[in-house]
Design a protein around this ligand. Sequence first.
Ligand SMILES: NC(=O)c1ccc[n+]([C@@H]2O[C@H](COP(=O)([O-])OP(=O)(O)OC[C@H]3O[C@@H](n4cnc5c(N)ncnc54)[C@H](OP(=O)(O)O)[C@@H]3O)[C@@H](O)[C@H]2O)c1
Length: 285
Amino acid sequence: MSWTVRDKTCLITGANTGIGKETALALASRGAKIVMACRDRGRGEAARREISAAGAHRAELLIADLADLEQVRRLADEVLDRYPSLPLVISNAGVVMPQRTTSVDGYEATFAINHLAPFLLINRLRERIEASAPARIVVVASQVEAAGVIAFDDLMTERNYQPLVAYRQSKLANVLFTYELARRLKDTDVTVNCLHPGVIATQLLSDYNGRPRALGMLQRLSHPGPKIGAKTSIRLATDPELSAMSGRYFRPEGEAQSSKASYDEDLAAKLWKKSAELCGLSEAS
Ligand SMILES: NC(=O)c1ccc[n+]([C@@H]2O[C@H](COP(=O)([O-])OP(=O)(O)OC[C@H]3O[C@@H](n4cnc5c(N)ncnc54)[C@H](OP(=O)(O)O)[C@@H]3O)[C@@H](O)[C@H]2O)c1
């Protein structure tokens, strides 16, 4: 049977604004049952009402701060309790941290939010996703992964913190995770792909460029908005022709090559092992 998102439960992190919200709106309008994972109840609820109005199903909101691995574990438990079927997960939430900040667990926040949180969440949901097959996992990465380095000797960027260095490392980690997970899922009917959404006028782009968020107006004149930025996520979530494709990287123009480092299987295995250790997961998962 051809793939459709109609009546399927779709979990999206960071669905209250930017690319995540536009992705949720589009999938809701195609009949998906949207489950939003957001950190702020007020912002989440405002978006939840809009997303519900865009489709036939009432969107649901779960609250979790991805900078706290205990909240990520609770989020996974809540999803497992409430949704017997989970055929679509979109890891979208992301940050650029202008100053070095640590997560609740004491990890550098960019690495914790952008990489460790989806690593833990998806691993905790993995059996349920497999049981819901055919299923898809979509990881919103970035083209800046190409400039990323996984600095095992300073993974938490304790020396000479630079926001973009930390962000690029986390986005390379997203791509390495996607490819390693695809290898681990190769005998299942679950695909996992990642993407660069384009350079899109959102809060994150202001932070990336080191501009005050209040100047967002200026960036909206020079970059497309999140509706355009959501197109690649929507394609990976919905296109029936991608049903057999896994472990691939997409850009707005279509499938593309990611960086040489991202295809390094030893690097991906080493990162998986380290991430499992940092998240308290058994490595074999
Ligand atoms: N914009 C671009 O040019 C661009 C380019 C390449 C890749 N990307 C990727 O696209 C994805 C979406 O970003 P965007 O551009 O749409 O940015 P955005 O508008 O700033 O949205 C980011 C989302 O992540 C959520 N988030 C941040 N920290 C969180 C935390 N600790 N716990 C839970 N949620 C958290 C935000 O929630 P709040 O609203 O509560 O802050 C928001 O919903 C990111 O993964 C980003 O790396 C963006």
